[in-house]
Ligand binder design. Structure first.
Ligand code: PDD
Length: 289
């Protein structure tokens, strides 16, 4: 049975309750994080903590915990939920909203009592870069119809959910999104990398993309340990269509090869050698970044 954290208490997940007047429920007024852990060790705690603080700042909501307290909460959740995954591979979902208000009102309340909620879930063992081991993705492509603040990790994910369901309707697992200039933004739940002629490319961060922790960590690891260059630059629809490899990145997917786009094979249609190199480097160095 999963143990959750809710406003200072640890309790069975199914017993956790929040008010229907919570602004997270009524307005999607909150910020979330998904933090992976392997073998009982959190990945990228400082990066997740910093992004959480930035997201809260962007919506004018204070951070309810000190970094030390946040670390303590997440560690307690890992310890209390060790039975969920015998190898200690758990994701932690953490959500902080602007809390409950007596009446529905778009305006922020003068006094805020945050709602802080976190729960664990089992995640797969870390990938080594072995192509046999990795889940692969088939995707479609669409114009990115989400809002203009995708850099904020808001719990308001309906735009992402509707894009995901466009992919699902085509029997695909993800969807690659393009802006009005036909440049790649990201996918509905992941950032995107492509490989062409042995070099790696990923779109630069702006308000149309989330600054993914996996993305940013990988770029830093590749800079220090990689054997091929990684460029942050605009990636056109044409470049995606003719790429040798395409990968998705996220805290729960790590690096995942895309093998088919709009019904056409990517490269050989199998996970590529540059993916294998990058995933094995991520696996080796993730706890140092
Ligand atoms: N999603 N872009 C979007 C739109 C995302 O939802 C995510 C992650 C990412 C990758 O970010 P990170 O590397 O920090 O996980 C990029 C999480 C996992 C989710 O919503 O479940």
């Amino acid at each position: 049975m999963a143990i959750a954290f809710l406003n200072g208490d640890y309790l069975p997940l199914e017993e956790a309750r929040i008010s229907p007047m919570d602004r997270g429920f009524l307005f999607g007024d909150g910020i979330y994080e998904v933090i992976p852990s392997y073998g009982g060790r959190l990945v990228g705690f400082d990066r997740h903590k910093d992004r959480l603080c930035e997201g809260l700042g962007a919506i004018g909501l204070s951070m309810p915990f000190s970094p030390k307290k946040l670390h303590e909460i997440l560690t307690n959740l890992l310890n209390q939920n060790s039975a969920l995954n015998s190898e200690g591979n758990l994701g932690l979902y953490l959500q902080i909203t602007r809390g409950e208000q007596p009446q529905r009102n778009h305006r922020f309340p003068d006094t805020v009592t945050h709602t802080s909620f976190a729960f664990p879930f089992s995640i797969p063992a870390p990938k080594t870069g072995d192509p046999e081991q990795s889940e692969t993705f088939r995707v479609i492509t669409r114009r990115d119809l989400r809002w203009s603040r995708c850099h904020i990790k808001s719990v308001s994910l309906l735009g992402n959910v509707l894009h995901m369901m466009e992919g699902v309707a085509q029997s695909c697992e993800e969807i690659l999104l393009f802006n009005d200039n036909d440049e790649l933004t990201e996918a509905s739940t992941s950032n995107v990398f492509i490989v062409k002629d042995g070099e790696i490319y990923t779109p630069p961060l702006d308000h149309q993309k989330l600054g993914g922790i996996t993305r940013n960590m990988l770029i830093d690891i590749l800079r220090d340990h990689g054997t091929v260059p990684c460029h942050e630059m605009a990636v056109s629809r044409e470049q995606v269509a003719t790429a040798d490899e395409v990968w998705l990145s996220s805290s729960t997917k790590e690096l995942s090869p895309v093998t088919e786009i709009d019904g056409c094979k990517v490269g050989s249609g199998e996970p590529g050698p540059v993916w294998s190199m990058a995933q094995s480097l991520l696996n080796l160095h993730r706890f140092d970044y």
